[in-house]
Design a protein around this ligand. Structure first.
Ligand SMILES: O=C[C@H](O)[C@H](O)COP(=O)(O)O
Ligand SMILES: C=C(OP(=O)(O)O)C(=O)O
Length: 353
């Protein structure tokens, strides 16, 4: 008989069932309490009941957990300092959507050597998320593979569907069942219709194929995630963080019967992927918020210990400690400066305490 299956499959290794990994790397009752509370703070910001600015801030991707924890400890101190004006959530991004190919993140390849040890990646991801939470910081991630949430979502307070997957039905279905607030980015072309349609789809009941906690393929039915919002990240035609773009987005959301809650990403196409342009974009977002634009609920920053990025792959031993191996990031001192500045401006403007 002609071979018609597995023509291009090199290996197929079973993963531990999500329930098994969750019991191996457990979530404590205290951590669960913290996650539930932080999700509620974020919901309150989205609904306009909490006037603080939401800030999703941290490395483009986590590739070195030691440097990641050093970053988390510094960010936790800063978060505490600005907590009356800004609610800080750390970017703990493990899954990188690539334009073509490249390192796909810590879950896919934790050893950074192409060995693609996914079970080890998932285990490390859980350990690291727990450590960040124990620093007192809520966590944010992009959920890319629809199976991943079963392994890590219980430790996440906010998540994103990225520019490359906002139009994907699979991701909208996944979002409809997630327990945390979630942002849909505009597409890489800058299109806003896709995230608007994504919010409409993800807030509704959906039935789709998924994986149960026991690791069994299953038919999943959700009730819809009411806490979805849009993220402006710029596009092929340039940035979209200006006051006019934000106003157009607000009107579009309202015309579609959706709540006008807008986060603006100061990175990606909004800074032309140049880290040194990010502070100016962030300052403009803060300026609009201080001027009274309550639709603008938050911002995103890609920040690390060291500025810029480094080329990858290269031997792991040669990597610069604390510097991104994916997109460029602003460094720690710049982060400290612009977040403190933002807190002062928000306080002085009277929009928050
Ligand atoms: O934020 C991350 C990157 O912009 C995204 O994953 C695409 O990266 P790439 O164009 O380097 O593949
Ligand atoms: C990949 C990311 O962003 P975008 O989807 O906007 O490119 C990201 O935030 O890491």
């Amino acid at each position: 008989m002609a071979q018609v299956t597995d023509l291009h499959i090199s290996s197929n290794i079973p993963l531990p069932a999500p329930a098994l990994l969750l019991s191996e790397v457990e979530r404590s009752a205290q951590q669960a309490e913290f996650i539930a509370e932080s999700r509620q703070h974020i919901r309150n910001i989205l609904n306009g009941e909490d006037h603080r600015m939401l800030l999703v801030c941290g490395p483009c991707s986590i590739h070195d957990t030691k440097a990641g924890i050093e970053y988390a400890q510094r960010l936790a101190e800063l978060a505490d300092e600005v907590k009356h004006q800004i609610y800080v959530v750390m970017r703990v991004y493990y899954e990188k959507p690539r334009t073509t190919i490249g390192w796909k993140g810590l879950i896919m390849d934790p050893k950074l050597d192409g060995s693609d040890n996914i079970p080890e990646g998932l285990r490390q991801a859980r350990h690291f998320l727990r450590e960040v939470i124990d620093c007192g910081l809520p966590t944010a991630t992009e959920l890319l593979d629809p199976i991943t949430p079963q392994y890590i979502a219980d430790l996440i307070s906010w998540s994103a569907v990225g520019a490359r997957t906002t139009e994907s039905q699979t991701h909208r279905q996944m979002a409809s069942g997630l327990s945390m607030p979630l942002g849909f980015k505009n597409t890489t072309t800058g299109d806003l219709t896709a995230p608007v349609n994504a919010i409409k789809a993800a807030t509704q009941k959906q039935t789709f194929l998924g994986v149960s906690e026991q690791g069994v393929a299953s038919a999943v039915t959700t009730s819809g995630n009411p806490d979805c919002h849009i993220i402006l990240r710029g596009g092929d035609d340039g940035p979209n963080y200006g006051a006019d773009d934000v106003a157009v987005t607000g009107r579009l959301l309202k015309r579609n019967g959706l709540q006008a809650s807008i986060m603006v990403d100061a990175s990606h196409a909004n800074c032309g992927k140049k880290y040194d342009r990010m502070p100016a974009v962030f300052r403009e977002i803060v300026r609009q918020r201080c001027a009274g634009n309550t639709q603008l609920i938050g911002a995103m920053l890609e920040s690390n210990l060291v500025a810029g990025n480094q080329s990858f792959p290269q031997p792991v031993t040669d990597l610069t400690y604390g510097q991104s191996i994916t997109d460029e990031c602003i460094d720690w001192d710049t982060t400290l400066q612009i977040v403190r500045e933002a807190a002062t401006a928000l306080k002085q403007s009277g929009v928050v305490g």
